[in-house]
Write a protein that binds this ligand. Structure first.
Ligand SMILES: [Zn+2]
Ligand SMILES: [Zn+2]
Length: 367
């Protein structure tokens, strides 16, 4: 069959809309008709060449939801017509990481990182050219074939755009708070970078009953979004020194938890400086491979400061995604107001321009 997709041929260049050939699903694979795909900063990092994977040409997009159109042999998890959320880490359930309660680190992600299916082959092509897909899902295509391990069936009542966001930004942000930092009630939290993921760190901190939630960003409109999601202290780092300001807010102690949600050495170091003795700095933002950070080492043992990494919300992915959708349905987390702009696939480059300018909380492509 044919599908329309947004292709990245060259780093630093806009995506190109193409009509591609899509092969039928093989064993344990599913053909999904995408309905919504979020525009995440990691897509932009790939487009800019900050993250150079998968190889090009590729179809970015890793935050999506759609409807199962057809299933390959041996598929047991879903049937045609089922609404599904796409997960950018497939969960095999059998590898070292899955068996140690860390399915978000599943060994299968090493295969999808190269942009292929789990068996190392491709389903999208044009002429003799094969096309990679991002993280096994490549949601910037009307249709795609994905592994059964990359999908989660969802309640049909949940809107597709909301489900899509849960698949990356919400899982990552809220998960960092509840699974990795394990924020305690009454604590103080600082969030450096309040874009699509950072707003969900704020939202997670509200859910965890943190009482001081400090949003730090360079853009006023993003700080306003953060306030709407529950941040009660706002710092514009282009105007004020965030470390000085956070020390004022916390009577010179520092916050219990700081989250770096940008992926820069500079903000990682700032986050480390923001935490109190015995505090935790959690690095959530995805940096380029060249980014290195230099820290005052003595503060790690002498002040017992900890740095934690967080990938895809550090949780039991299937269980946590379901929990987040439940929290949404119970109106305990707010997902519709995360979506500040919707685009058609033809407008996707405009969507990424808006993301780069910091206009949106989250922009979503609707198919
Ligand atoms: Zn993402
Ligand atoms: Zn696994």
């Amino acid at each position: 069959m044919k599908t329309k997709a947004a292709v990245l041929y060259e780093y630093g260049k806009p995506l190109v809309l193409e009509e591609l050939e899509l092969a039928a699903p093989k064993e344990k694979e599913v053909l999904v008709r995408n309905k919504a795909a979020g525009l995440c900063h990691s897509d932009l990092s790939i487009m800019k060449g900050v993250l150079r994977m998968p190889p090009l040409p590729c179809i970015p997009g890793h935050e999506g939801a759609g409807v199962v159109q057809e299933v390959g042999p041996g598929v047991t998890r879903v049937k045609p017509g089922d609404p599904v959320l796409l997960m950018w880490v497939p969960v095999c359930g059998q590898c070292y990481y899955c068996l140690h309660g860390q399915p978000y680190l599943c060994a299968d992600k090493d295969k999808t990182r190269n942009g292929t299916m789990l068996d190392g082959t491709f389903r999208l092509r044009k002429g003799n050219q094969n096309f990679q897909v991002m993280m096994g899902v490549g949601c910037f295509s009307e249709y795609n074939v994905v592994s059964e391990r990359s999908i989660l069936p969802i309640d049909p009542k949940i809107p597709f755009d909301v489900a899509a966001l849960v698949g990356c930004g919400v899982m990552t942000g809220v998960g960092a708070v509840i699974n990795k930092a394990k924020v305690k009630p009454g604590s103080s939290v600082a969030v450096a970078g309040v874009g699509g993921v950072g707003l969900n760190v704020v939202q997670g901190a509200v859910l965890a009953n943190a009482t001081k939630i400090v949003a730090i960003d360079l853009l006023e409109n993003k700080l306003e979004y953060a306030q709407k999601f529950g941040a009660n202290y706002l710092i514009n780092a282009s105007k004020e020194d965030p470390v000085k300001k956070v020390m004022e807010i916390t009577s010179g102690i520092g916050v219990d938890y700081a989250f770096e949600v940008i992926g820069k050495a500079e903000t990682a170091l700032t986050s480390f400086k923001l935490i109190r003795r015995g505090g935790y700095a959690v690095v959530v933002g995805i940096p380029s491979l060249e980014e290195n950070v230099s820290l005052p080492l003595y503060e790690i043992p002498l002040m017992e400061k900890s740095i934690l990494g967080c990938y895809y919300g550090s949780g039991d992915i299937r269980n946590d995604l379901t929990m987040l959708l439940d929290l949404y349905q119970a109106e305990r987390i707010h997902l519709e107001k995360l979506i500040t702009q919707r685009y058609r696939l033809e407008e996707i480059n405009k969507g990424f321009e808006d993301l780069e300018k910091g206009k949106n909380a989250r922009g979503v492509v609707i198919y």
